[in-house]
Design a protein around this ligand. Structure first.
Ligand SMILES: [Zn+2]
Length: 79
């Protein structure tokens, strides 16, 4: 895997969280446009986030909510 891909995948989370600078966002976007493995990774993360977000606004059991929070590396709600 090229260095650019490693960098892209590392910055993917920041990109999705809106934490990158405009220059970094543009750089990442350009790479994704030209690189199908990174585009696939991007699509997967994006879809995963949409599913999680949708589940979070619906009524979900506390145990599932906790599991999602753990998967995202966030502190469990209510702790
Ligand atoms: Zn790539």
């Amino acid at each position: 895997m090229a260095d650019d891909c490693n960098e892209t995948l590392r910055e993917l989370y920041g990109f999705l969280d809106g934490e990158l600078t405009p220059e970094n966002r543009q750089h990442l976007q350009q790479h994704i446009d030209d690189c199908s493995p990174c585009l696939a990774a991007y699509d997967f993360e994006l879809e995963l986030r949409m599913v999680i977000r949708r589940r979070c606004v619906e009524q979900v059991p506390e145990s599932l909510r906790r599991k999602i929070a753990e998967a995202l590396g966030e502190p469990a709600p209510g702790s």
